[in-house]
Design a protein around this ligand. Structure first.
Ligand code: HEC
Ligand code: HEC
Ligand code: HEC
Ligand code: HEC
Length: 127
């Protein structure tokens, strides 16, 4: 997912709500050609592979993972989808794969030159 750049926001906000403090702040970023320093609310650590695309292709709704965003004044975290427990709970419920390699493949390929770390020994690694 990406968030539109300030020039796109200003297509509307040059006029819409332009006296609101939040929009004046937005205009300052746009005038100085600075990107908005967004605070990330949902974030998956690099040790797990994550892609929105696979989930949207599987027709999982935004609200299932992010809650009823349209009703939120300020974005906040309302689910545990960024944790392994949250990922695996939904994968189990929807018959999606739960083998370790499904989410940790990229990290494993980095480890291929050495022995497996202790936590991986004896695990079923396949998909
Ligand atoms: C297609 C037009 C449109 C675009 C593009 C748009 N907005 Fe808005 N925005 C609106 C409208 C209309 C409202 C008022 C909605 C309401 O009051 O319920 C609004 C409200 C807001 C508010 C709340 C203002 C307040 O009351 O404090 C913020 C902040 C905001 N927009 C930020 C953005 C940002 C950041 C972008 C670009 C990533 C953006 N908007 C792009 C139409 C747009
Ligand atoms: C299966 C769960 C899931 C679904 C469905 C989903 N998301 Fe996400 N979303 C996530 C996760 C997990 C992250 C954190 C990703 C990361 O760290 O890169 C995220 C991150 C984001 C971010 C970035 C947040 C930030 O603070 O930088 C945006 C924007 C977003 N999602 C919008 C959407 C929209 C719009 C939809 C529907 C079209 C959607 N998501 C559907 C799980 C989901
Ligand atoms: C709300 C439900 C839901 C959540 C939460 C969720 N997933 Fe998924 N995920 C799915 C579904 C459904 C599929 C599609 C499975 C299929 O196509 O068979 C999928 C597919 C995937 C795939 C592709 C699997 C493959 O090989 O086809 C990966 C990788 C993945 N998810 C990682 C994650 C990670 C990492 C998280 C947590 C950060 C997560 N998912 C959270 C429902 C979810
Ligand atoms: C559906 C996706 C998914 C699957 C399947 C999955 N993981 Fe994870 N795993 C994650 C995510 C996301 C994180 C990071 C968030 C967290 O720590 O909860 C994580 C974190 C971890 C961590 C913590 C690493 C640290 O340094 O904190 C370990 C260890 C781990 N996974 C091992 C495994 C093993 C072993 C399997 C197979 C039994 C597995 N994972 C299957 C998504 C997954």
């Amino acid at each position: 997912m990406t968030i539109a750049d300030t020039a796109k926001c200003m297509v509307c906000h040059a006029t819409t709500e332009k006296d609101q403090p939040s929009i004046q702040k937005l205009k300052k970023f746009d005038d100085s050609k600075q990107p908005v320093p967004w605070v990330q609310v949902y974030s998956v650590p690099a040790l797990a592979f994550w892609s929105h695309q696979t989930h949207l292709e599987a027709k999982v709704e935004c609200a299932e993972c992010h809650g009823d965003v349209a009703q939120m004044e300020t974005m906040r975290k309302v689910t545990d989808v960024t944790t392994m427990a949250g990922c695996v709970a939904c994968h189990t419920a929807k018959d999606a794969p739960t083998g370790c390699l499904v989410c940790h493949e990229l990290q494993l390929s980095r480890l291929s030159s050495g022995p497996l770390p202790a936590w991986l020994r004896g695990q079923s690694l396949g998909k």
